[in-house]
Design a protein around this ligand. Structure first.
Ligand code: FEO
Length: 394
């Protein structure tokens, strides 16, 4: 049985909810599932589908489309070539063979390469081009790097709806069509952290495009629709700015408890100095939560024990991810314990070349931390406070 829901006259939500998905990209936990949103815009002359769905949900998407009783579909707007939105396009084209796929030239290339969609099925859209559906008009805005480089957003002029694909989305399965701002903030921030944080300078440029439009609704392709666009746009402005908060993120791994003793001592010391702390035992933590914590924090302190003369592999994974996500973090340090020696600090530093951080003197203890080691952690907490004060955030 299919389902479609009208969000404005002639505009329908026909996407599918993936309640059970618990991992994205075989990496990012999805505690709340996700959705692959798709929308149908019915004009007086033409009809368009905006985005499709992940391949396993092609039949569900088609069933949703059937509820509208469409005798034709003229366009399939592909905002983004990644399969969670484009994977079901071939199934849609099988059902509606006359439909043209509308996308950026770069997206066309990717869809041909990834999905083998025949070239003749495409009609590429220039930046700011319009497409009339009759009394409804679609306007396309290139919004690159709201994950991949080829992405665009579609503005429905008459209804003032922006279809933004991953941009402003959230991995959040809900029966609610519209977002409750108290609930969506966290999954939306987490989603921004996971895929958009490295590109925040371009995100800020894309926000200028959004600011230039009169928007009543932002309809992303994951999670609920924003009927209060200024809420999510302002949140993005905050996240993508270069402003940092008086916070320290401390992901750590400890095999025999010494590194944990050091982490907990530092956590208390930072809190006593009025600094916010987000502490993650890496072995038991959600990598998405750690990414989200890195959106705002001024400082990253990685806690690691030593394995075979280097950092614990779990800590190395966090260093690798932090380097890839390129948060706006300004300062970094390393603390931890070792058994007999090693090059932990150098290995971690070498793993994070893209982080524009100032390194603060690391604290490494041989075995259980001694009084001297605790004094070094006091000095580290003092130094972090001083750095945050110099930024005017503490
Ligand atoms: Fe939701 Fe980048 O695809």
């Amino acid at each position: 049985m299919g389902l479609s829901r009208e969000i404005r006259p002639g505009v329908f939500s026909v996407g599918v909810i993936d309640w059970d998905r618990r991992l994205f990209d075989e990496l990012i936990p999805l505690p709340d599932g996700t959705s692959y949103n798709a929308y149908v815009v019915i004009g007086s002359e033409k009809t368009a589908l905006i985005d499709a769905a992940d391949p396993p949900f092609a039949e569900a998407l088609l069933a949703n489309l059937e509820t509208l009783g469409l005798d034709r579909l003229d366009y399939v707007v592909a905002s983004h070539a990644e399969q969670d939105h484009s994977g079901a396009i071939l199934a849609v084209l099988d059902r509606f063979p006359m439909a043209k796929v509308v996308c950026t030239p770069r997206c066309q290339e990717l869809l041909i390469e990834h999905l083998k969609i025949p070239t003749e099925k495409f009609a590429t859209a220039e930046d700011r081009a319009t497409l009339s559906l009759g009394e409804k008009t679609l306007e396309f805005f290139y919004t690159p790097w709201v994950h991949w480089p080829e992405t665009m957003s579609t503005y429905l002029r008459e209804d003032e709806i922006l279809f933004s694909c991953d941009f402003f989305g959230s991995h959040f399965a809900t029966s609610d069509l519209f977002a409750d701002r108290r609930i969506v903030y966290e999954p939306a921030k987490r989603y921004y952290a996971e895929i958009m944080m490295p590109f925040r300078a371009i995100i800020r440029k894309n926000l200028e495009i959004v600011d230039s439009l009169s928007i009543k609704m932002i309809a992303p392709s994951h999670g609920p629709i924003h009927s209060d666009p200024s809420f999510i746009v302002d949140a993005y402005r905050d996240w993508s700015s270069e402003d940092v908060k008086n916070e320290v993120v401390i992901p750590f791994v400890s095999m025999h408890g010494s590194t944990k003793l050091m982490v907990d001592y530092l956590v208390d010391g930072l809190m006593a100095r009025g600094i916010g702390v987000k502490r993650f035992d890496i072995s038991a933590s959600d990598v998405g939560k750690m990414a989200e914590a890195l959106v705002d924090a001024a400082t990253l302190v990685l806690g690691t024990c030593t394995v075979l003369a280097g950092p614990h592999p779990n800590a190395a994974t966090v260093a690798f991810l932090a380097n890839a996500l390129r948060p706006k973090t300004r300062f970094a340090s390393v603390i931890g314990s070792y058994g007999w020696g090693g090059k932990t600090v150098k290995v971690i530093q070498d793993m994070m070349p893209l982080l524009k951080v100032e390194m603060i003197e690391p604290v490494l203890a041989k075995g259980l931390p001694t009084e001297e080691d605790y004094q070094a952690l006091d000095r580290l907490a003092d130094e972090i406070l001083k750095k945050h004060q110099q930024l005017g955030i503490a």
